[in-house]
Design a protein around this ligand. Structure first.
Ligand SMILES: NC(=O)CCC(=O)C(=O)O
Length: 273
């Protein structure tokens, strides 16, 4: 299975309206997607990873048969390319309030090659320590492990987002549900990027999964993003890693490696629950 990781860079200036950014993202998918089975974009690239003040205004409902506006150009692009597209995440606005009385969610949307929604995931662990996500958004409640449509159907896939990476118990639940590939879009800042790099390898090693992680580059609301998107194999070997600027990784996954690693080094069988 061949994956493309599009580490987008963008600033929060008024110089790039969301509609333009969406067209740019679609252009990147059209340019770099062909020949890949799965293409991945970073967290909240349309609403702005750290642009919390804009989230309400840039939020969109996610209703059956209708895509959030920022994803419409991507659906067209993915139909041309024929890949599965993990669109990172959008700020979803729900009509019904969540358990904490809020209407916003940080929601990942995966599109099939027909441009239709193949999977969604609401970020469970909200980042902000009393500001940003925990104040403005609801927490997702569902662990999502899914068989994506062809051509990205070779590995069962667990979905998570950015700060989730710090909570290993989420990934254990994903493994128990059959995950073999962990896809992690992010808006992870530069000052903590060494933690990001280490945690990606740790999640791959401890769960014997491939990790495909797409971070953001550029500066968001004055916060420098860390880049260093990466693809890691089930042994923890980094197959490819981006620098800190906008960059695209293209990696062929030897999908049989998950079964081989788990057979030759059956550490998951030694868990004591
Ligand atoms: N967008 C995020 O979830 C940021 C997470 C982060 O900065 C960290 O865990 O550190």
């Amino acid at each position: 299975m061949k994956v493309a990781v599009i580490q987008m860079a963008y600033g929060e200036g008024a110089d790039e309206p969301v509609a333009d950014r969406a067209e740019r993202a679609a252009g990147l998918v059209r340019e770099h997607g062909p020949g890949h089975d799965l293409v991945v974009l970073p967290e909240l690239w349309s609403a702005g990873g750290f642009a919390a003040k804009e989230w309400q205004e840039r939020s969109q409902p996610l209703v059956p048969g209708e895509l959030p506006q920022a994803l419409v150009p991507l659906a067209a692009a993915v139909r041309d390319v024929g890949a599965v597209l993990h669109t990172g995440s959008v700020v979803e606005r729900s009509e019904e309030a969540g358990p904490e009385g809020r209407h916003l969610w940080n929601t990942s949307v995966v599109l099939g090659p027909d441009g239709e929604v193949a999977a969604t995931y609401r970020k469970i662990h909200r980042f902000g320590f009393g500001g940003g996500e925990p104040v403005l958004m609801e927490a997702g409640a569902d662990v999502v492990v899914t068989d994506l449509p062809a051509p990205a159907d070779a590995l069962t896939t667990g979905l998570s987002t950015c700060y989730d990476l710090r909570f290993p118990e989420l990934y254990r639940l994903q493994v128990d549900l059959g995950a073999e590939l962990l896809v992690v879009p992010a808006a992870w800042p530069a000052p903590r990027v060494e933690a990001w790099r280490l945690l990606l390898r740790a999640r791959a090693i401890e769960n014997q999964c491939f990790v495909v992680a797409c971070n953001t580059a550029g500066e968001h609301a004055g916060v420098a993003m860390g880049g260093r998107s990466a693809v890691v194999d089930p042994w923890g070997t980094v197959l490819a890693e981006a620098g800190t600027e906008e960059e695209v990784l293209s990696v062929e996954l030897d999908t049989g490696q998950v079964a081989t690693a788990r057979r030759d080094f059956p550490v998951l069988g030694d868990r004591r629950l």
